[in-house]
Design a protein around this ligand. Structure first.
Ligand code: NAP
Length: 253
């Protein structure tokens, strides 16, 4: 495995919504660490332990932090921790969201509310604190992870799509309000299945079906997704992307 660049110390990235090594969150941490930033990897459970160890073992600089982005106090203490360590916050990626299917017949108010709390509410709480720290420097990048549901609902994914569509609208608002002050806000529509833990977890169910129909190349590769986030961060401000859609090359539309 490639060695990661050492921390430049002065700058840091925050990835919110980090889970297993093969997910997008962990891939973002790897890429940002490889770019020389100290990375704060924030997740709700300790699932990211393996990813953190992997990055450290290759010379990357990373701090794991537990956060629940649906809880304003938890978000506040995440940022207080980052503030306390004195690095300039250059890049924040809000990656929280789970693509849980649910029939409208069994969609409870609690389920819908949870989707919204993980989407627009968490996106607001994280985005607001990130921008507060970037504005004095008039630079920084704030990226949101979307999904196919950001653009359209579909059977069983209507509730999920409502949260992702709300997050997308929020991201555009952030871009319009803070772009002119030097903050690059992007929304990435991950328009397809990610070749991560979920595909394998379902084994002879979903994963098998998926491989038979599309093959592994029919899914998005987390490290390739992460490379795009890094390129967004590196874009010169004379030509900024606000929204980027990513899909596997074998997508038939
Ligand atoms: N996987 C796909 O096929 C796919 C496809 C299109 C778009 N996306 C989008 O990609 C993003 C996730 O990427 P991924 O699926 O590869 O997963 P991932 O990055 O491996 O994991 C995301 C992590 O976010 C954490 N999380 C959930 N709610 C949270 C909260 N309130 N506060 C803090 N952390 C929280 C989860 O922790 P817990 O496990 O503890 O809840 C999970 O480990 C989501 O925005 C999703 O909508 C995924």
């Amino acid at each position: 495995m490639a060695t990661l660049k050492r921390d430049r110390s002065e700058g840091c990235a925050l990835v919110v919504g980090v889970g297993a090594s093969r997910g997008i969150g962990a891939a973002l941490c790897r890429r940002f660490a490889a770019g020389g930033l100290h990375v704060y990897a924030a997740g709700r459970s300790g699932k990211f332990g393996e990813a953190v160890e992997d990055i450290r073992s290759r010379g990357g600089s990373i701090t794991p932090v537990i956060v629940d982005t649906t809880d304003a106090r938890s978000v506040q203490s995440l940022f207080e921790r980052i503030d306390g360590e004195g690095r300039a916050l250059e890049l924040v990626a809000y990656n929280v969201g789970k693509n849980t299917p649910r029939s409208f017949l069994t969609t409870t108010p609690e389920f819908l509310e949870e989707v919204w709390r993980e989407g627009p509410l968490g996106g607001l709480l994280i985005g607001r604190e990130a921008v507060r720290r970037m504005l004095p420097h008039r630079r920084g990048t704030l990226l949101y992870t979307g999904a196919s549901g950001s653009l359209r609902g579909k059977a069983l994914y209507g509730a999920f799509a409502s949260g992702k569509a709300g997050l997308r609208a929020l991201a555009l608002g952030f871009a319009q309000e803070f772009g002119p002050q030097g903050i690059h806000v992007g929304h990435v529509v991950v328009d397809g299945l990610v070749a991560g833990e979920r595909v394998d977890r379902f084994g002879y169910g979903f994963g098998f079906f998926f491989r038979q129909t599309k093959g592994r190349d029919g899914a998005l590769l987390p490290d390739a997704v992460a490379e795009n986030y890094w390129q967004l961060h590196r874009q010169p401000r004379g030509a900024w992307t606000h929204e980027l859609d990513l899909r596997p090359y074998r997508e038939t539309y």
